[in-house]
Write a protein that binds this ligand. Sequence first.
Ligand code: G
Ligand code: G
Ligand code: NA
Ligand code: MN
Length: 256
Amino acid sequence: FQLVTQFRQALESGQIEVHYQPKVALPGKRIVGAEALVRWSHPEYGRLSPDEFVPVVEATGLVDALTEFVLERALVRIRDWLERGLRLSVAVNLSVRNLADETFPERVREAFDRHGVPPGLLTFELTESSVMADPDRSLPVLRRLRALGVVLAVDDFGTGYSSLAYLRQLPVDEVKIDKSFVLGMGTDLSDMAVVRSIVELGHSLELSVVAEGVEDDSARDQLVRMGCDTAQGYLISRPLSEERFESWLWARTTRE
Ligand code: G
Ligand code: G
Ligand code: NA
Ligand code: MN
């Protein structure tokens, strides 16, 4: 597939950028970190969304190069912030292929050593379906990552099948409520009920609960009332380029 051959060149020629979307601790506005979201500025097709190219890249071994690229950038950012006295975490999305790769945890450990970053400042986000595709391979990988001290989060929670039964057995620290429920909360009582149930379920399993897709004050206020721990969404900020994220951060941290 043409996109795939172009992707390798894109990685090498600087067409791939990592953007950052901030996460804040509720009920206040304290920034705790950011999710790393990849962007491709294609010379012909313009800005491609990850939804357009990540699934294609995921079907090939090249997704290893993508994950490594994003991880390297994330560790450089974390290290840079630490040197400026900021303890912020970055969440990196993993693909199903990373979870099936038994050499992945060791490469991650090596990267932490090389960058001098404490593993607790990195979160890996994985979907339930990527774990359940091949649990015999993915669960040992997750356990080894967690043993390093990395934070593991289940992304898009609530969209998969059999969510409740499996969550208890997954070696994870955090659950991210899928944005479709958070976006629907204001108009749909069943979405509201789903969000409330996930917060309660997460807390009963001693997991931290993150809501994504927080677009307005009323969603934020509801989440605060439910006791949700962390919020991410356009209300706080859209995903920003590295440079714009730095300005946003600077404006926030100097005002506090
Ligand atoms: O950035 P945006 O919100 O458009 O992201 C769309 C999708 O692409 C999300 O599901 C997100 O998890 C995924 N995605 C973004 N960056 C990465 C990445 O670096 N690796 C993987 N595997 N998926 C990513
Ligand atoms: O699948 P994943 O959760 O990793 O993807 C995050 C996606 O959600 C990105 O494409 C990001 O741009 C998008 N996103 C982040 N915040 C909001 C929001 O408040 N509203 C909407 N509609 N999308 C959001
Ligand atoms: Na994600
Ligand atoms: Mn998500």
